[in-house]
Design a protein around this ligand. Structure first.
Ligand code: SAM
Length: 377
């Protein structure tokens, strides 16, 4: 098949995806392999160290067509309005030992902290004054954040800011625990599935953690009425195009309210510290596909994208994303929540610099919005 025919076939796949929200495994795989081939051919031609090899900026007709379709679908659903979430990283203490994560239990070099309720409430009050109407409490699986501690904290947040949404991202818990948190007023829960391939999951996590349990948690959260977010890393070690195609099929079936995807970035003090980072260009490409699969999905331009590329966030928004999650954690702990090397927490990534983010979004024709930003049903 000639290159021209390939492009024609791929453009037809994009049409079919936009029309139906569905592709076969082979269809997703073909799109993913195309993007991978474009990036590796360019890198091979100009050399990885040459800035012209930057995979994000590689012009490619299929990628452009996909991004244009995805942005139009997003405009139709939400307009050119960017929802912001204030991210409060409540603890970097974690009982888990995910091989890729900088706050894994075995990382003795990680300087641990845990925020007090008063710190969390004052971060939220500061965020409210800045224009945030969603607070995301994220942390490692720290047993100290029991239901007994979280339930009154969620109630206090909701009573101080009744017009705000509370999102939790605190990992795997029992159904009863999720029920108690929901009952206390939590609105949303983010739990990336990490990979929809059980064998791949087993290579990223130690034996005590299971793909089935992760999926069970997502199903429990959905059943309890949370707005639920799943997601995965792009370019995580051992990931193949087939794995990514299965992630897309999972998203098609689960229809998450939110979906967080970002490139894998190595952390030097983890067992996966020697692997290469994932591709920003492929991440942005996948964001577009996910927008077409499930048009109402709330799609963040993640910190990992901004960390790997100065224009990563803008490119994500131009390709169909519509959420940014600036860091609202107290300044004293920001550098300690180091999931991967060089994780950004300043500039447009920080809540205090919202004006910079507003400006950067305005430059690309998008407006940062002061509202809860719920998923459209
Ligand atoms: N403990 C909670 C959980 O498991 O969902 C929330 C915190 S966890 C650190 C948040 C997300 O960070 C993970 O779901 C993972 O996808 C991402 N993450 C961890 N290490 C990463 C790395 N090295 N590169 C990119 N993303 C990473």
């Amino acid at each position: 098949m000639t290159a021209v025919a390939d492009t024609f076939d791929l453009l037809r796949l994009i049409d079919a995806l936009a029309a139906t929200g569905h592709l076969s495994h082979e269809g997703y795989r073909a799109l993913i392999l195309h993007r991978m081939a474009v990036e590796s051919a360019t890198v091979a031609a100009v050399g990885a160290s040459n800035t012209r090899s930057d995979p994000l900026t590689i012009p490619d007709e299929v990628t452009e067509a996909l991004a244009t379709r995805a942005a139009a679908v997003r405009d139709n659903m939400y307009g050119r309005r960017v929802f912001i979430r204030g991210l409060i990283e409540v603890s970097n203490i974690c009982k888990n030992d995910c091989y890729y994560c900088g706050i894994r239990a075995s990382n003795a070099a990680c300087d641990r902290y845990r925020l007090e309720d008063a710190d969390i409430l004052s971060a939220a009050a500061e965020g409210y004054a800045l224009g945030f109407r969603t607070f995301v409490l994220q942390g490692g699986e720290d047993g100290h954040f029991s239901d007994g501690r979280l339930v009154p904290l969620i109630r206090a947040l909701k009573s101080a800011h009744p017009d705000c949404a509370v999102t939790l991202s605190l990992g795997e818990r029992s159904r009863d625990s999720y029920a108690a948190l929901r009952e206390a007023g939590a609105d949303r829960y983010l739990l990336r599935h990490e990979t929809a391939t059980a064998a791949h999951y087993a290579r990223l996590h130690p034996a005590g953690m299971s793909y089935e349990r992760r999926m069970q948690c997502l199903s429990d959260l959905r059943g309890l009425g949370f707005q639920v977010g799943c997601g995965f890393m792009v370019g995580s070690p051992y990931q193949t195009a087939d794995d990514l195609a299965r992630d897309l099929a999972f998203i098609e079936a689960f229809k998450p309210d939110m979906c967080g995807i970002g490139p894998f970035i190595p952390h030097k003090d983890t067992p996966m510290g020697g692997y290469s980072a994932g591709s920003v260009g492929l991440t942005v490409f996948l964001l577009s596909i996910i927008r077409l699969i499930h048009p109402p999905v709330l799609l963040p331009a993640t910190t990992a994208l901004g960390t790997l590329h100065p224009a990563g966030r803008e490119r994500a928004i131009l390709a169909g994303a519509n959420v940014v999650m600036p860091n609202l954690s107290p300044a004293s702990v920001r550098k300690k929540y180091m999931l991967y090397d060089n994780k950004l927490s300043d500039g447009a990534e920080s809540a205090e610099c919202l004006d910079e983010l507003r400006h950067r979004m305005a430059v690309i024709g998008h407006e940062v919005i002061v509202e809860r930003g719920d998923v459209r049903k």
